[in-house]
Write a protein that binds this ligand. Sequence first.
Ligand SMILES: C[S@@+](CC[C@H](N)C(=O)[O-])C[C@H]1O[C@@H](n2cnc3c(N)ncnc32)[C@H](O)[C@@H]1O
Length: 266
Amino acid sequence: MTDTPSRAIGRKSISATLKPRELMTDTPLLAGAWTAQIITLFPQAFPGVLGESLTGRALQDGLWQLQTYDLRAHGIGKHRNVDDTPAGGGAGMVLRADVLEAAILEARSAAKGIMPLVYLSPRGRRFDQTMARNWARMDGVTLLCGRFEGVDERVIDHFGITEVSLGDFVLTGGEIAAQAMIDATVRLLPGVLGNADSAVEESHSGGLLEHPQYTKPALWQGRPIPDVLMSGNHAKIAAWRRAMSEQITEHRRPDLWAAYKAKDAT
Ligand SMILES: C[S@@+](CC[C@H](N)C(=O)[O-])C[C@H]1O[C@@H](n2cnc3c(N)ncnc32)[C@H](O)[C@@H]1O
């Protein structure tokens, strides 16, 4: 066990004046709520932007919950060291297997139901809407945020950890990637989006990118809103939006367009 307890963020029946960050408690996990467990050297980075707007409200309402596990609490010796030099030499530092093991075991002992264990990594499979949808159907996810040169490879092998990447670039740590992936997943949970249709019609939901959106004023900088959107003819509006979605997808993302056409043909 650690002397710095893991902390849960978000639960039902809170005062409207409290912010998610101020709700960090030692209370047990909310039974049944989708759970994001984050293993990190920077627990104070959470909930971060997830505490705002729809995801923040859903966190306060107990539609999902967040639990952070502080890697430093499992550090070695007086200085709580969590990293050491790479075997074989080279630049930077690597997170130690024994430190990671203790944090992972702490998190997994609190995990309920089906929760994949994921290491945020630029080497991993690229995160996408399908993955977000799959995670949303599970009971939660345990996300391991790396730092420095990453984690000791033996930990990945030992625990059978899945590596997932936010994209083909290198971040300083996994925390921003974790927040992006949790955001994409939590908004798909029942009750989080005010209008469930938003998630059905938006980009990447049906294999197409979204059509252009407009709002008031009707004329801005000499640019009018397309007439069809002001016509009140819902069938025509739907057809226009569909055509624009297809055009934008074909033009911008030939890969998505090819997959969409192939699916259409079956
Ligand atoms: C500086 S990076 C380490 C990069 C590693 N040396 C490599 O070349 O693959 C530090 C940490 O940031 C996180 N990270 C960096 N880029 C990422 C990405 N594209 N997706 C998800 N996590 C990322 C990982 O957790 C990683 O352990």
